[in-house]
Design a binder for this molecule. Structure first.
Ligand SMILES: [Fe+2]
Length: 223
């Protein structure tokens, strides 16, 4: 087909408009709120958060049976007096559409988030205890975990029973969070982010360095 015959083709017209648009390269390294991802007014000290992470890593190692795949966790809250976390406690119930059947299926077992009311004693007097107190003063807080994600790693595309708060401690511009149709980077500057993980979501680390977030479940009783 000669080019003059295709000039009115709707895709040719749209393609010209798309090509003439500015490329977006700066804002993707920043936070953009959207449906299901918001930033709180509450803010913590990023230097204190990083110092607390170093303290915790001096006291214990990352846990979890998916560390070879780039997922690692350290629980910061526990059921009162309970010394060991089960594999299910490190993950918990979620749903996903696993394959080309597009049918939603449950994975793992429900965790009673409200039972995780005790801050893990060996981490008392770290800044993370202050963070837990400040969060628990405002919101129902269940499991609070340090979640590490290696370079070139992503979560399944799934939904959880409850929303989560994220506090990035170590990140890079290639670390992104996606809820439904919205994707954004979450800068590690002391900010606290609400992520409505009752919607389909994933997190990915497309950068060259490990990403570490504090993640706290928000088990509102009406959920
Ligand atoms: Fe999740």
């Amino acid at each position: 087909m000669a080019q003059d015959q295709t000039a009115a083709d709707p895709d040719v017209v749209k393609m010209k408009a798309w090509i003439s648009q500015d490329r977006v390269t700066d804002s993707v390294a920043k936070f953009a709120p959207g449906n299901g991802i918001e930033k709180l007014t509450l803010r913590f000290d990023i230097d204190e958060l990083r110092a607390a992470l170093d303290q915790v890593l001096g006291l214990t190692d990352y846990q979890g049976d998916m560390q070879d795949l780039g997922f690692a966790a350290i629980p910061l809250t526990r059921r009162p007096g309970e010394e060991k976390s089960s594999a299910n406690d490190l993950s918990g119930r979620y749903w996903l559409r696993a394959n080309d059947r597009y049918v939603e299926e449950p994975r793992e077992d429900f965790v009673d988030e409200a039972a995780f009311s005790e801050f893990v004693p060996i981490f008392k007097d770290t800044y993370f205890e202050h963070v837990h107190k400040e969060l628990a003063r405002r919101f129902p807080i269940g499991r609070m975990r340090i979640l590490s994600k290696d370079s070139y790693n992503c979560n399944s595309w799934h939904r959880d029973p409850e929303p989560r708060l994220h506090i990035p401690v170590v990140t890079n511009p290639g670390a992104l969070f996606i809820v439904n149709h919205h994707v954004t980077h979450l800068p590690a500057d002391g900010s606290v982010y609400f992520t409505d993980t009752r919607g389909y979501h994933s997190a990915l680390n497309g950068g060259e360095h490990r990403r570490v977030h504090i993640v706290a479940a928000l088990p509102y009783p009406e959920l």
